[in-house]
Ligand binder design. Structure first.
Ligand code: SF4
Length: 470
């Protein structure tokens, strides 16, 4: 297999006898064309869903091109977060500095949109020209009376994971700024769910049914005022641990709030996420309610899943996602549908995550850290995968290789978490894996060109006859 020498220890194979040593958590290898996003992207993934805050990208317009508006995070209230703002730096600012432009942009936007707080993201060029973003934020904060928080997220300054970290540090500055709140019994904060397609609302409903009070959701459907009193909660429940674990650790150290890591993807992990909270509070009542809820959901779900499994049994999947915790849940969820994981990888996994994947996966499964399109294409070919589960950057790889794709990233508009989400996931995997179109693209590479020729020829004829009829 064609893998760059420097990356060879970032690819491993699961199996009792296979030597397993995974290198991870390091900067992407130059020339490898990593699928990983930059520091700035990592920070805005975490912060942007705070719906009533202003998010200003201090940098050239290109950094702001991929706006939050095309992502699936929903709000039940204000929608300032859906607007994408940038200081649109040009040659003039690169030479003479961008602080004046940043100051004017902040003042204008705060006056116009009246946000509860503002986040200012530094991009690569700001790191190069050396604007004092902190000083500008301090000045505007004093003038306007709201928190204006600098996010030191210069794209080149580490990996996407470093972006998560600076985002957590920015949120930590808000936590603890409202000391007057009194929260009810069994109060929790939910960290690391971004309310894609309204998933958070489903999850919070489960917890509410159990009798658990949700204080702050950080950051999906997030509110600045809720974050301010987040230090009053009894427990932080951390999903997508790669993104938010740093905040959970800060809050534990500063306020003594314990945290637990959960995943809401797949039946097993979703149910554990409820049971673990009941166990944490040592409440028989919460546990009984959780059991009733799980029983009802499974009674509804399992027969439906069994139907999909009949056709999906034996299919193979390639998983490549941002966080390894999600990858772990996906392996389990696919197994429930009879789908074998042939390849699994992540952009930001740590050695514990990869050890867990090794234990969980079947013998021979390829496990990869910080991969690239060339490697992923090879893995798909080598394993004969039928389905690719990934995000926006993996979609073209899957389609070019001629196999089914399931979007499991921030752009998706379909809820895939919780019990309802598991059913949606099964439907989506079924629809893409069983689509008749793949017979034209994947039925062996020998006849694919011939088949494509026939298909394109008949399409040309169709178009020609339409033109004639018209
Ligand atoms: S911050 Fe840097 S790496 Fe990130 S999008 Fe902007 S220019 Fe690209």
């Amino acid at each position: 297999m064609d893998i760059i020498n420097e990356r060879k220890l970032q690819v491993a194979t699961a199996g009792a006898n296979a030597p397993f040593k995974m290198e991870c958590g390091k900067k992407s290898t130059a020339g490898s064309v990593s699928q990983r996003a930059c520091v700035f992207c990592g920070s805005r993934v975490v912060l942007y869903p705070i719906t009533d805050a202003l998010h200003l990208i201090h940098g050239p317009v290109g950094c702001a091109a991929y706006t939050w508006d095309i992502r699936g995070s929903l709000s039940s209230g204000r929608e300032i977060y859906r607007l994408s703002f940038t200081t649109d730096l040009h040659e003039n600012e690169v030479v003479f500095g961008g602080e004046k432009k940043l100051y004017s942009a902040l003042v204008e936007l705060i006056d116009k949109h009246k946000p509860k707080a503002a986040f200012v993201y530094s991009t690569c060029i700001v790191g190069v020209i050396g604007d004092d973003v902190e000083a500008v934020c301090r000045k505007v904060s004093a003038e306007k009376g709201i928190d204006v928080l600098p996010v030191q997220s210069e794209g080149f300054n580490g990996t996407k994971k470093d972006g998560y970290k600076v985002a957590c540090e920015a949120i930590a500055k808000l936590v603890g700024t409202d000391n007057n709140a009194v929260l009810p019994q069994y109060s929790v904060n939910i960290l690391g769910d971004f309310n894609l397609a309204g998933e958070l609302w489903m999850l919070t409903e489960y917890y509410k049914q159990m009798g658990v009070h949700i204080n702050a959701t950080i950051t999906g459907d997030g509110r600045v005022d809720d974050i301010r009193k987040a230090h009053k909660a009894d427990l932080n429940i951390v999903q997508c641990s790669g993104a938010m674990i740093h905040l959970a650790k800060i809050m534990k150290e500063k306020y003594g709030i314990p945290f637990m890591k959960v995943s809401y993807f797949g039946i097993e992990d979703m149910s554990d996420a409820l049971y673990e909270v009941a166990r944490f509070f040592k409440s028989a009542e919460l546990m009984a309610k959780a059991q009733t809820l799980v029983k009802a959901e499974l009674g509804r779900l399992l027969p439906a899943l069994a139907e999909y499994k009949k056709d999906l049994e034996g299919k193979k999947a390639c998983i490549y996602v941002g966080g390894a915790f999600k990858a772990i849940s996906l392996v389990k969820a696919l197994r429930l549908l009879g789908v074998k994981t042939a390849v699994v990888g992540s952009q930001t996994g740590n050695s514990d995550d990869y050890e867990l994947l090794k234990e969980l996966c079947d013998e021979g499964t390829i496990i990869v850290d910080d991969s690239n399109p060339n490697e992923l294409s090879q893995f798909v070919k080598q394993t004969g995968s039928d389905i690719f589960i990934g995000g926006v950057k993996e979609r073209p790889i899957a389609y070019k290789m001629g196999l089914g794709f399931c979007d499991h990233n921030h752009e998706r508009k379909e809820a895939l978490a919780g019990y309802e989400g598991m059913l949606n996931f099964a439907k989506e995997i079924y629809a893409t894996a069983m689509s008749p179109v793949w017979q034209f693209t994947r039925k062996g590479h020998n006849n694919s060109i011939e088949t494509q020729d026939i298909a394109s020829h008949s399409r040309t004829q169709d178009i020609a006859s339409h033109i004639k009829d018209a």
